[in-house]
Design a protein around this ligand. Sequence first.
Ligand SMILES: [Cu+2]
Length: 48
Amino acid sequence: MKSIHMNANAGQTVSIKFIPKEEGEFVFFCTVPGHKEAGMVGKFIVKE
Ligand SMILES: [Cu+2]
């Protein structure tokens, strides 16, 4: 599965640009240690 990474600390808002070129499921998560485990994770589902 493809993944998309971002990095945000408490109180921060981060934007990413995601332009899908194919269908599929793309997991995104925060790369700050412990944040993914704390729930800073999600999934884009791309369908035609
Ligand atoms: Cu984070």
